[in-house]
Design a protein around this ligand. Sequence first.
Ligand code: SAH
Length: 231
Amino acid sequence: MNVDPAELQKFSELAHRWWDPAGSFRPLHEINPLRLDWIDQRAPLAGKRVVDVGCGGGILSEAMSARGADVLGIDLADKPLRVAQLHALESGARVRYRPSSAEDLAREEAGSYDVVTCMELLEHVPDPESTVTACAALARPQGWVFFSTINRNARAFLLAIVGAEYVLRLLPRGTHEYARFIRPSELANAARGAQLEVEEVRGMSYSPLTREYQLGVDARVNYLMACRKNP
Ligand code: SAH
């Protein structure tokens, strides 16, 4: 199976803090409105069938559901999934959650989703290409698949690991491993190999001065990629 148990362990240990906007997952809370609008502008979410792959505690899943999407969140770590379920009970969000990998769900429900989101997951799996292929398989023809991950170069090492984990302490140490970062060209190749058309690559950067994230052309560190499945 395409999973690293040490990665699941890491996310499970921090799961109780998932919805703390000032806690270990603060960056996910801060980038959420940006990525949500970016997705919604390309694939208007109201009424769409969406699967959120590697949903964790459900920050994006709930937000997409609030925009009117019918959302299924899947993840392989139980604690984050339980946190997601509890949070939905409290917030009243109508998201369904279930433990599954993208590959397993794709065997049961290929071609069933209008929108597939796979955010901040590819850099945590042993075989990202397999995840990309499974995400593509989950999408219906003409459906959208959105990825986000971290680029691999000296600047990404300095900012995403040294800066974010050691200097600014935006993320717990050990969250990311440099060798698992993925260049946009590599992700685009995997996407094209899985019958996806790459529509857009968008950079996401953090300014330590304003302490804000923004979307832009600079994809040297964090980036998002929008793809569409070929008919
Ligand atoms: N996508 C969410 C959470 C990102 S954190 C967001 O952006 O808000 C990464 C998540 O991926 C964690 O919840 C972790 O448990 C999950 N994960 C790691 N490996 C996985 C795998 N092989 N299959 C499914 N989920 C996985």
